[in-house]
Design a protein around this ligand. Structure first.
Ligand SMILES: Cc1cc2nc3c(=O)[nH]c(=O)nc-3n(C[C@H](O)[C@H](O)[C@H](O)COP(=O)(O)OP(=O)(O)OC[C@H]3O[C@@H](n4cnc5c(N)ncnc54)[C@H](O)[C@@H]3O)c2cc1C
Length: 459
């Protein structure tokens, strides 16, 4: 083997988890090689968080144009110029991409373009070139899964193809009513498509507190987004006219295209992980709570580690692993303390335990909940949105869950996250002043009510 430098850390995969590891490690004075096969920034920046949120913003403007009469503003919605929508979306991505490339360069990280493979416990090989690390961090992310026998192609697509579709489809079937499916449903409905969601579980956004899922279904129904829940998909055929879908109960649906949004699988196959002794479970990399794989000095971060597949979890895990390697002994990341947002209209935001989760953890009688309706919140009335905040606390103890639904509530999750992760009591938060009129106040009011001193509450 030719002579080559030994890095403190070799990171395989330049998405949210991988590049966060690299940036933090270099800040801590370590030498880092960051290996990326496609584009620095990974799924989130190029095919995930950022493009979908740009589409959702365009969708919000379309709704605003349609509904402006209600606020006394005369305007009319004339349609979507999809080319311009894409150029706006790509402009946002392009600026962030450039910024990220600059950051990686400024940190002195050795950026390697190419497809890497773990060939020993401390070497990743790219095109025959070895990159040796005192520590290795696996961060190869995820891909859009399909169902057995369900082939992607033509009119049947995943989020990657849907994000650059050259038209607004007249009608679309979305397989999967989780976060990604619901966000696309929201965009396409606002853009003028006829939308039908198919979800095998009993509810849309099934990971949320059932009170939130039900309110979300009501809101989608009101928007004219159709959905079928609790019945499994059986098959699809496609021809020049469109896609033809059958469910196991015999129901059929036709549409111009179908989006498959049934979850994301770990990108770990053929990368040498198993051969080096890393434990894989259905393709996911198993680690301890310190994200160590149990093999050599190999760590894993991001979507390949079982749990919430979210970019900010990847960022935090990356920072954690860099600090762990540097010997800073960071506190382990608590998975339930990671905020979750669905950016559709309406938005959903939650952090901590659901009511059922809290009852399971602490016992039925040890949990107290409170719902504060956005109807009593001035700013929500001004925006014309409905929804509520649901708080879950341990009786006489801290708040362990915050759940919200309504326009723009994603921005409110910051406070919920601080309250849950700092294990605040409602009584503590109730004495902190929330600006009026903000939607944030709804949280303040909910804490006041839970502390036994409701202000603008009707129940
Ligand atoms: C449509 C959609 C919307 C989303 N919206 C949100 C959102 O709003 N908020 C949120 O928090 N999360 C969102 N996510 C999830 C988020 O994108 C992921 O959680 C995040 O990207 C995971 O980061 P990662 O680093 O684990 O993997 P990735 O971002 O997938 O990065 C992995 C990288 O590794 C590279 N790679 C893989 N194998 C190799 C190899 N052998 N050699 C070299 N490089 C390799 C890949 O090219 C990729 O760039 C969304 C995802 C999708 C699909």
């Amino acid at each position: 083997m030719a002579e080559h430098p030994v890095f403190d850390i070799v990171v395989l995969g330049g998405g949210s988890g991988g590049y966060a590891t690299a940036l933090r490690a270099s800040e801590l004075g370590m030498t880092v090689a960051l290996i990326e096969a496609e584009k620095l920034g990974g799924t989130c920046l190029h095919w995930g968080c950022i493009p979908t949120k740009a589409l959702l913003h365009a969708a919000e403007l379309a709704d605003g144009a349609r509904e402006s009469e209600r606020f006394g503003v005369r305007t009319s919605f004339e349609g979507i110029d999809i080319e311009k929508v894409h150029s706006y979306k790509d402009g946002v991505i392009g600026r962030l991409y450039k910024g990220l490339q600059g950051l990686v360069k400024a940190h002195g990280i050795t950026y390697v373009e190419g497809y890497g493979k773990l060939v020993s416990k401390d070497v990743v090989e790219v095109d025959g070139q070895p990159y040796q690390g005192r520590n290795i961090v696996l961060a190869t992310g995820s891909y859009s899964r399909s169902l057995p026998g369900l082939e992607i192609g033509g009119r049947v697509m995943t989020s990657e193809q849907a994000l650059s579709l050259d038209r607004v489809p007249e009608s679309v079937i979305i397989l999967g009513g989780g976060v990604i499916g619901s966000e696309f449903a929201s965009v396409w409905k606002s853009f003028g498509a006829d939308v039908q969601i198919i979800e095998a579980l009993p509810n849309l956004v099934p990971n949320e507190d059932p009170a939130i899922s039900k309110a979300f279904e009501r809101a989608f129904r009101k928007r004219g987004i159709k959905f079928s829940t609790g019945v499994r998909f059986q098959g699809v055929t496609q021809d020049d006219a469109g896609v033809h879908v059958t469910l196991e109960d015999g129901k059929t649906f036709d549409a111009e295209i179908m989006l498959v949004a049934v979850g994301r699988g770990p990108r770990t196959e053929g990368l040498g992980y198993g051969e080096q002794g890393v434990t894989l479970d259905r393709g996911f990399v198993i680690t301890d709570e310190r994200l160590h794989t149990g093999v050599g000095s190999i760590y894993a971060v991001g979507d390949i580690v079982p749990g919430l597949q979210l970019a900010h979890r990847g960022f935090q895990q990356g920072i954690f692993v860099a600090e762990e390697i540097a010997g800073l002994k960071p506190a382990a990341i608590v998975e339930s303390g990671i905020p979750r947002v669905t950016y559709s209209e309406p938005e959903i935001a939650s952090v901590g335990l659901t009511e059922a989760g809290a009852k399971q953890a602490y016992g039925d009688d040890a949990v107290q909940t409170l719902e504060y309706n956005l109807g009593g919140n001035g700013k929500s009335q001004i925006l014309g949105t409905t929804g509520f905040v649901k708080l879950v606390r341990r009786k006489d103890g801290p708040v362990v869950g915050v759940h919200m639904i309504g326009a723009r509530v994603g921005e409110l999750v910051a406070e919920g996250q601080l309250v849950v992760n700092w294990e605040a009591y409602p009584e503590d938060v109730a004495s902190l002043v929330h600006a009026h009129p903000t939607q944030n106040e709804a949280l303040g009011e909910a804490f006041l009510a839970l502390a036994g001193k409701p202000l603008h509450a009707h129940n």
